[in-house]
Design a protein around this ligand. Sequence first.
Ligand code: ATP
Ligand code: MG
Length: 159
Amino acid sequence: MKMVLKDEAAQVAFGEVLGRALEWHGCVFLEGDLGAGKTTLSRGVLKAFGYTGAVKSPTYTLVEPYDFGAYQVHHFDLYRLADPEELEFIGARELLDGTALNLIEWPSRGEGWLPVADVIVTLSVIEEGRQAELEAFSKHGEATLIRLSRLWCNEEADS
Ligand SMILES: Nc1ncnc2c1ncn2[C@@H]1O[C@H](COP(=O)(O)OP(=O)(O)OP(=O)(O)O)[C@@H](O)[C@H]1O
Ligand SMILES: [Mg+2]
């Protein structure tokens, strides 16, 4: 599925709907160039959990964990990852193996080490804002996209 997100607010709103459609778990790869809106989308996903604080890119720490009690979100930014082995050292295996929702910016840096994504979101800069293209790679991902298209239609109708 493909959609146009006309401004930052739409990007956040879409992330929020994505978080709900994922039913609070799964693995999402966020593809797209520098400034494509991956962190902004992540901020929306975290908003779905009720989080409204600052979301900074964990560029140097590689991952920022968020604990919501019953749910966990792990926001990865692998831009500066030199060697996937580094992920082993920071205990990322354990984070990725659990039942959390994992958002991974720059997944290509961890290729061969990361699990298969449920959903891959590819963001690109367009004249009217950002384009988001979503693809499912698991049963959970497929179900997520079905829920997402329904939720997003309602969201757009309301705005
Ligand atoms: N749909 C949109 N329309 C217009 N501007 C947007 C949209 N989404 C995000 N932006 C803006 O794009 C800029 C970069 O966003 P963001 O930091 O989320 O990108 P990123 O993909 O995470 O970049 P990086 O690869 O550096 O981590 C921000 O200033 C943000 O406000
Ligand atoms: Mg970012």
